[in-house]
Design a protein around this ligand. Structure first.
Ligand SMILES: [Zn+2]
Length: 313
């Protein structure tokens, strides 16, 4: 299937909403419909983009005029900042995601974008990533219902399994599996054709999440970013992490910093993946695990490191 903006049917009553090119902030979402019952998987980064998506969904699928349930796969704004446009929909997320959402207010993103022109190299990189989005007027709209581990939801006759696999990309990443149709909405556990970014980690836990997906009977994967994917993309992601671990071990033993390590690693068969500046954050995360001092990365420090690495790519 082609990678074009808009709605694509990935099963009977199952849809993906794709936003090429899948880079920073250009996330995908999902729609599940059964008769008059509807469930949305994630909103988008700002109100205009989310409004446009909801309009596209209504035009293609009249039942989508009313969304009964919204699932947020994780707390990053490109998957939940449009929540306020869902009216009185029931909003569900893992408990850890709900907690993290309350710590990432859109007003802070709006303030950062405003100050970015005065922030030198870091500000310029930040605007490259997020300057095309409008963070004004966004009211944090948090889940009213949370779960830990797993939760089964029904959309009409259809069964959906929410499976929490975080902490990995973020603290509470959730997969949405539709077993009857062999479709998986992975959230940002999979960035298709792009480097993942381990904000939370440990990365070893993300590799376990890959194994969990590979053990499922799944044919189509709607990734959090990028074109529609399949199991081979998850195998490649796991192989990428295995490769990074092997490379990181050598460089950690030599006393390199994550930035020095990132500059010295060949990207091998992943060289054509997008957003390669994220390599430095993934290495910082793995270095933490190798030192036995793993902790989630500080977002501002991570952007400084990525800005520095982007300059040297
Ligand atoms: Zn995302």
């Amino acid at each position: 299937m082609s990678y074009t903006k808009g709605l694509q049917e990935v099963g009977d009553g199952l849809y993906a909403y794709l936003q090429p090119d899948g880079g920073w902030g250009w996330s995908n979402a999902g729609l599940v419909v059964d008769g008059e019952r509807t469930l949305l998987i994630d909103t988008l980064f700002d109100l205009a983009l989310t409004e446009e998506m909801l309009r596209t969904m209504r035009d293609a699928v009249p039942a989508a005029a009313r969304i009964d349930t919204l699932v947020n796969t994780h707390a990053n704004g490109d998957h939940c900042y449009g929540n306020q446009l869902l009216g009185d929909a029931r909003i569900v997320a893992s408990e850890r995601t709900a907690e993290e959402m309350s710590e990432l207010p859109p007003a802070a993103m709006a303030a950062l974008v405003e100050q970015a022109p005065k922030m030198g190299e870091l500000g310029a990189f930040f605007l490259d990533c997020f300057g095309r989005f409008d963070f004004t007027g966004i009211e944090p709209t948090l889940p009213g219902e949370t779960f830990n581990g797993e939760l089964v939801l029904h959309v009409g006759e259809r069964e959906l399994r929410l499976i929490e696999v975080g902490p990995a990309h973020t603290r509470g990443d959730t997969l949405v599996h539709v077993p009857g149709d062999r479709v998986l909405y992975s959230g940002d556990i999979l960035f298709a054709n792009a480097h993942p970014i381990a904000w939370a980690g440990p990365v070893s836990n993300w590799m376990d999440a890959c194994d969990r997906i590979l053990a499922m009977d799944v044919e189509v994967i709607v990734p959090g970013h990028g074109p529609l994917a399949g199991r081979e993309d998850v195998r490649e992601l796991k192989a990428y992490f295995e490769y990074l671990y092997a490379q990181a071990r050598l460089r950690h033993a030599e006393g390199m910093t994550p930035l020095q390590a990132a500059r010295s690693i060949s990207l091998d068969r992943w060289a054509d993946w997008g957003e390669s500046e994220r390599l430095v954050v993934n290495l910082a995360n793995i270095f933490g695990e190798l030192s036995g001092e793993h902790q989630p990365v500080n977002a501002l420090a991570a952007f400084e490191q990525m800005a520095a690495h982007a300059r040297s790519i």
